[in-house]
Design a protein around this ligand. Structure first.
Ligand code: GBH
Length: 459
């Protein structure tokens, strides 16, 4: 087969949107400043044994103070968009309380900073940092949290809607619900399946109810949700593995996309979860099925599913990658082909309209050379191959309109702490120095049609 040729900017439409993504708790730090309240991640990270090395988001990348430099980096790479999230506890700190002016002002300045640099702001309302006072009242398991979220969404869209036209209601409801409330590996660290499914329902409901509210406040808004999705395959040919695959997929994929696209929760999965099924009120499913303007897809890797009796409510587990197969530093498979496979499936199953890749990226153990260079060839290669795969998907007819690399800068990788790096830009957590990595350099050259990109584009 011919040697791999890195993609060039002109492989994609001129109006294709290029950017990168971050999230508030992962980068901001300044957790005690300007009236910010405690979030469930502050509480979780302060609980011994929950986060590797006892890391917390207290300082993180100090983005709260260093954001102009971070936005400069995005601009200098030639990006046209920046996906960030809003820390709800910076805005509200008590039930029935008034919004915190200083928190609102921070995001207002941040958005102005993006616009000054030619970066289209894409705001995510919820990327996992629920105010702790709401968790104390039951968190997303409580239906009242939906109303609290709507108030938060209302306040944010009123304040920023004159400048922010792209809104993502939720980042990865599966992670919020299942990792946080069933696996217990993320905040709030619960391990109850029924709670997790109720959380999931309330998160989806809050999405459905927020969409018309955002549109009312921002008439020209584009609103969507970002799901973390994996193409899936069975570990083996056995009927047991095939059945396990169907069960896993029912909860991991269809449980989200079916209701969002008007089909309700999949009946087979409802049957499997039995008494753990969520309480659903009249009108909920219609609310969740609200039409959106785009679907956000976060893609990292394919999952291989194995029958595993007794392993949990679905008796199915994600198998470890085969020995010798290509993986990143987190042990996640590297499989660019999974991206067009996943996108083709979503398109065939749901015809969701415009799709944006709202996250895609890889974790490698970067080292800083004596001259300050960070030669993250693994990440650069991952990026190039996934962009080439994305082009294939688009050529195959999937209407993908933009791509956000995860992540602009190294950051707090949740339960993995700071050891695991995903950035196009290296962060030295002692000095807070930023260094453009080889991956970021390549992305910048690609976006600016320089170097290889230029010579291929001209030929
Ligand atoms: C994204 O989630 C998040 O949105 C982002 O905040 C995060 O920094 C980024 O990914 C990188 O992790 O380790 O085998 O048990 C991606 C969804 C959910 C995919 C957890 C991997 C764990 C697989 N991820 N899942 S494993």
């Amino acid at each position: 087969c011919p040697a791999f040729q890195a993609p060039v900017r002109s492989d994609f439409a001129d109006d294709f949107l290029w950017g990168s993504a971050t999230s508030s708790y992962q980068i901001e730090g300044a957790t005690g400043e300007d009236g910010r309240a405690e979030s469930i991640w502050d509480r979780f990270a302060a609980t011994p044994g929950k986060v590797r090395d006892g890391a917390t988001g207290q300082v993180a990348c100090d983005h709260y103070h260093r954001w102009p430099q971070d936005l400069d980096l995005a601009r200098d790479m030639g990006m046209r968009a920046y996906r960030f999230s809003i820390a709800w506890p910076r805005i509200f700190s008590a039930v029935g309380g008034a919004p915190n002016q200083k928190g609102l002002d921070f995001y207002s300045r941040l958005v102005d900073g993006m616009l000054e640099r030619g970066l289209q702001p894409w705001a995510t309302l919820y990327h996992w940092d629920l105010p702790q006072y709401l968790q104390d009242e039951g968190g997303w398991n409580a239906r009242a949290t939906v109303d609290a979220y709507l108030e938060f969404a209302d306040v944010m869209t009123r304040r920023l809607g004159d400048r922010v036209k792209h809104w993502i209601t939720h980042n990865e409801p599966w992670c919020t619900a299942i990792i946080g409330n069933y696996e217990g590996l993320h905040a709030p660290g619960l391990t109850d399946f029924k709670t997790a499914l109720q959380v999931c329902h309330h998160v989806l409901l809050s999405h459905g109810k927020a969409v018309p509210l955002i549109r009312a406040n921002v008439p020209d808004a584009q609103v969507g949700i970002a799901l973390s999705l994996h193409p899936v395959r069975a570990a083996g040919d056995s009927a047991a593995d095939q059945a396990a695959l169907a069960r896993h997929d029912g909860l991991r994929y269809r449980w989200f996309l079916d209701p969002l696209f008007g089909r309700g929760y999949p009946q087979a999965t409802l049957d499997q979860v039995g008494a753990a099924a969520p309480r659903v009120e009249d009108g909920d499913m219609a609310a969740i099925a609200v039409a959106t303007d785009f679907l956000g897809v976060n893609y990292y890797f394919p999952e291989t599913i194995q029958d595993a009796p007794g392993s949990g409510p679905l008796n199915a587990v994600v198998a470890a990658p085969e020995a010798g197969s290509e993986t990143t530093a987190l042990g996640w498979p590297v499989a660019p082909d999974g991206l067009p496979e996943l996108l083709a499936r979503i398109e065939a199953d749901y015809h969701p309209g415009p799709i944006y890749i709202t996250e895609n990226g890889s974790c490698y153990d970067d080292t800083v050379e004596a001259d300050g260079a960070v030669l993250d060839v693994g990440r650069r290669d991952y990026l190039q191959r996934h962009l080439a795969a994305l082009k294939q998907a688009i050529d195959g007819g999937v209407p993908v309109k933009g791509y956000f690399a995860w992540s602009l800068i190294d950051n707090f990788e949740w339960a993995e702490g700071y050891r695991r790096r995903f950035g196009l830009v290296h962060v030295d957590y002692t000095t807070q120095q930023r260094r453009l990595k080889a991956s970021g350099q390549w992305y910048g050259q690609f976006l600016k049609r320089e170097g290889n990109a230029k010579s291929r584009a001209e030929s």
